[in-house]
Design a protein around this ligand. Structure first.
Ligand SMILES: NC(=O)c1ccc[n+]([C@@H]2O[C@H](COP(=O)([O-])OP(=O)(O)OC[C@H]3O[C@@H](n4cnc5c(N)ncnc54)[C@H](OP(=O)(O)O)[C@@H]3O)[C@@H](O)[C@H]2O)c1
Length: 293
């Protein structure tokens, strides 16, 4: 039995589609857990076992994970207070151990130990918890930045004509979220029972300036890329309405990029899926309208 947590999220939905359609896993061998089971009626109708699971609600987790052999633990988006997300992931791992799960797969981030991203300790702590667990095996999927992250900053940069960044000439080996789902589904559906870490990247790395130029050319609007000091970036984000702690987290992405934390292309995506990555150009051609929307 294959279990996917966070099954109503963007990644979770795509992983389940891949399990069903690419790997031809029968629906009755898939357990989809979510905080909102009512949103997964379509999967339930197909025969997927949809269950409620909230990593903040430890009392219900063991029951939610019972019967699963391989479990994909999708990192949560709980960044409201430092340590909350790590606590959630620890709850999930402890429940999986109690429920008799053999193998956990976890979505981490590249080079977590040296990452300047303020929430990287959540990933370091989760990886350490897996390593110290009594599970038979685990797979860490260190995922680079989604192409889709470009929807956060670039639409407003297209409107204003300026993109402020503190990432300097740091490179990012962006990857399509769909590719990450394909890799996660392949790793989940495999019978690999060892202890493995993969770093999932796209086929090419880009500086912030290079990626802004590609998007600018695709949508036909100029974007001037202006390098600013970190404090300037934080002040700009606060001025745009972000609470200071959130602005500091966003700004830490740029510090990390400048330090090379998201650089380096690997072949792990191909190793897991036997496919080539979705090229940025073809993703952009499909999605360019969304940058203008
Ligand atoms: N590498 C990158 O560029 C990048 C970008 C964005 C996010 N991420 C990370 O990857 C994860 C998946 O990405 P996504 O695009 O699918 O994001 P998303 O659509 O925002 O999904 C957030 C996920 O967190 C789960 N979640 C939140 N609170 C939870 C809780 N208390 N217990 C259990 N699950 C909880 C949600 O599950 P339900 O709603 O189904 O309960 C959902 O799967 C994110 O949560 C984040 O950690 C990585």
């Amino acid at each position: 039995m294959y279990l996917v947590t966070g099954a109503s999220g963007h990644l979770g939905q795509l992983v389940i589609t891949n399990l069903l359609e690419t790997h031809k896993i029968p629906a009755n061998k898939i357990i989809a857990t979510t905080r909102k089971p009512e949103t997964l009626a379509a999967l339930k109708a197909k025969g997927v076992d949809v269950r409620a699971a909230d990593f903040d609600d430890t009392a219900t987790l063991v029951k939610a994970f019972k019967g699963a052999t391989r479990l994909l633990l999708i990192s949560t988006d709980a960044l409201d207070r430092p340590g909350h997300r790590l606590e959630q992931h620890k709850n999930a791992i402890a429940a999986a151990e109690k429920a008799g799960v053999d193998h956990i797969l976890y979505t981490s981030l590249p080079k977590p130990d040296t990452s300047a991203i303020l929430f990287a300790p959540d990933h370091v702590g989760t990886e350490k918890t897996l390593a110290a667990s009594s599970l038979k095996g685990w797979t860490v999927l260190r995922s680079n930045w989604y192409f889709e992250n470009l929807f956060y900053a670039l639409p407003s940069a297209i409107k204003s004509g300026t993109l402020y960044t503190a990432a300097a000439e740091g490179k990012i080996a962006y990857i399509a979220r769909e590719d990450l789902a394909r890799a996660a589904a392949a790793a989940l559906a495999s019978d690999n029972g060892g202890k493995n870490t993969y770093t999932l990247t796209g086929a090419q790395e880009y500086t912030t300036g290079e990626i802004a130029k590609l998007v600018s050319d695709a949508v036909g609007k100029p974007i001037a890329v202006v390098q600013v000091p970190l404090e300037g970036l934080i002040q700009g984000l606060v001025g745009a309405g972000f609470p200071a702690p959130v602005a500091r987290v966003f700004a830490s992405f740029d510090t990390n990029i400048a330090q090379g934390g998201l650089s380096g292309v690997t072949s792990d995506y191909k190793k897991l899926t036997s496919n080539d990555n979705t090229p940025f150009a073809s993703w952009l051609a499909k999605n360019k309208q969304a940058f203008l929307g």
